[in-house]
Design a binder for this molecule. Structure first.
Ligand code: SAH
Ligand code: TMP
Ligand code: ZN
Length: 404
């Protein structure tokens, strides 16, 4: 039995997907061997954290070849501008504010803080995306954040007024060390906030493609409040976010007895009503995932049998889980269109579907396109009005397979 990475209690398995490759490692040479690991999701009945049972070594995922550049989406640009504005307001009355962001990536958020001249530091272990942030005037430390890194930052820069991170806390297996680091680095009156895909949304929408190597944890308010307590922190607010198919932003303060918003009570009660505090809440998940995957494959098989072609849109990391678990490869999808230069010309991990440029997609205009980047659906449908007017159809798969 695998043990909880937070409290060492035995994990209960929710679903096993079998062997998976690294989701962001696009393949350039099909003759070289890929690394595979066993992807399964577990629930800890003691601290209530949903998590991967087996984790991949972080150096294999986050390195100078890291393929994900945050600034690809207009919607995410807007989202992070708003986050930066919130930070600017909250530090405006502090004498010498210092803002630390974990997982800065290409500086999509921190560039706004840098532009305003606020002292800041981005901690980003993937050197290539970090270099892109530096080009935008952002101060970057190329390191994995943990308690040791936190002490070093404190010695060199002093404590932080704000520590924040988006789509990064769920990536870090050694989360106890990260929370210890936050406690070390945060000023007594400072604020720590982070956001990640929200467990309630993943379970309710069956958005199982959020489950892949980089996402070690699937946070709920129930689990985060317990984790915070273990590390001398307190969950004081929860604010839902529309990005990435439904995320949650968690706000934490040091110590205990801080004012706590009604939102925390509200979401914790809602999570309990969904039984996310017991294995029961996850009982039908596998069955629902299996249905989506077989429907998805059957729809593609039927289109193929009708002699039509299918392409896909957005070579997302999360589509690795969908494509492999549904047994969908280049026999059913001709290519995936993507705007990220580092992905174009390569092949999807494990399934080896060619990744082609957006210009190729525009010229080709395939009759059917699987919307792998479903989390950017609003932005993409707006952009692709011409394609749909010309008869092109998008295939989506949450909460059920739909052609629209
Ligand atoms: N915040 C951005 C990037 C998310 S991708 C956004 O929301 O779009 C996650 C990023 O976290 C990657 O750039 C990865 O290199 C970085 N990361 C992974 N482990 C980390 C750690 N221990 N400390 C800081 N950053 C880390
Ligand atoms: P994400 O789901 O992890 O945010 O990744 C989105 C991927 O989709 C990324 O590789 C870029 C790609 N993409 C496009 O190709 N076109 C688009 O319009 C958008 C929004 C994303
Ligand atoms: Zn646990």
């Amino acid at each position: 039995m695998d043990l909880c990475k937070i409290c060492d209690h035995g994990l209960e398995t929710i679903i096993s997907f079998g062997e998976m490759p690294i989701s962001n490692r696009f393949v350039s040479d099909l003759t070289t061997d890929e690394f595979f690991y066993d992807l399964s999701l577990g629930f800890c009945p003691k601290c209530l954290m949903v998590q991967l049972e087996n984790c991949v070594d972080p150096d294999m995922m986050f390195n100078p070849d890291y393929a994900y550049f945050s600034s690809i989406s207009r919607a995410m640009e807007g989202h992070f501008k708003e986050m930066a504005d919130e930070i600017i307001v909250s530090v405006s009355d502090r004498p010498r504010p210092f803002v630390v962001e974990l997982g800065t990536n290409d500086g999509i958020m921190l560039k706004h803080i840098a532009e305003r001249g606020v002292p800041h530091l981005g901690v980003e272990p993937s050197a290539n995306v970090g270099a892109s942030a530096r080009e935008k005037g952002v101060n970057i430390l190329v390191e994995f954040f943990n308690s040791k890194c936190a002490s070093e930052i404190m010695d060199s820069h002093g404590q932080a007024d704000i520590i924040c991170g988006a789509n990064v806390m769920c990536h870090i297996e050694n989360i106890n060390s990260v929370f210890d680091g936050v406690r070390i680095l945060l000023k007594p009156e400072g604020e720590f906030f982070f956001e990640d895909p929200y467990l309630s949304n993943i379970i309710q929408k069956t958005s199982f493609d959020q489950i892949y190597d980089e996402h070690v944890y699937y946070f709920s308010g129930l689990a985060v409040s317990g984790l915070a307590k273990r590390h001398g922190l307190e969950l004081v607010n929860m604010v839902p976010q529309e990005v990435h198919g439904g995320s949650m932003r968690y706000y934490l303060k040091k110590g205990s007895g801080n004012p706590v918003t009604n939102n925390v009570d509200f979401f914790l009660s809602q999570e309990k009503a969904l039984n996310l505090d017991s294995l029961e809440g996850y009982a039908s998940f596998k069955e629902r995932v299996d249905k989506i995957c077989s429907d998805f494959r059957n729809v593609l098989l039927k289109i193929k049998a009708d002699g039509k072609r299918v392409a896909a849109y957005g070579a997302t990391s999360k589509s690795t889980t969908l494509l492999i678990y549904s047994k969908v490869g280049p026999g059913l999808i001709d290519y995936v269109s993507d705007t990220t230069p580092t992905k174009i010309g390569k092949y999807t991990p494990g399934t080896h579907i060619p990744v082609k440029s957006y210009e190729h997609f525009l010229g080709d205009s395939p009759p059917y396109t699987v919307l792998l980047a479903w989390n950017h659906k609003a932005e993409i449908l707006e952009k692709e009005q011409e394609y749909r007017k010309g008869g092109g159809k998008f295939i989506t798969f949450f909460p059920e397979v739909t052609i629209e």
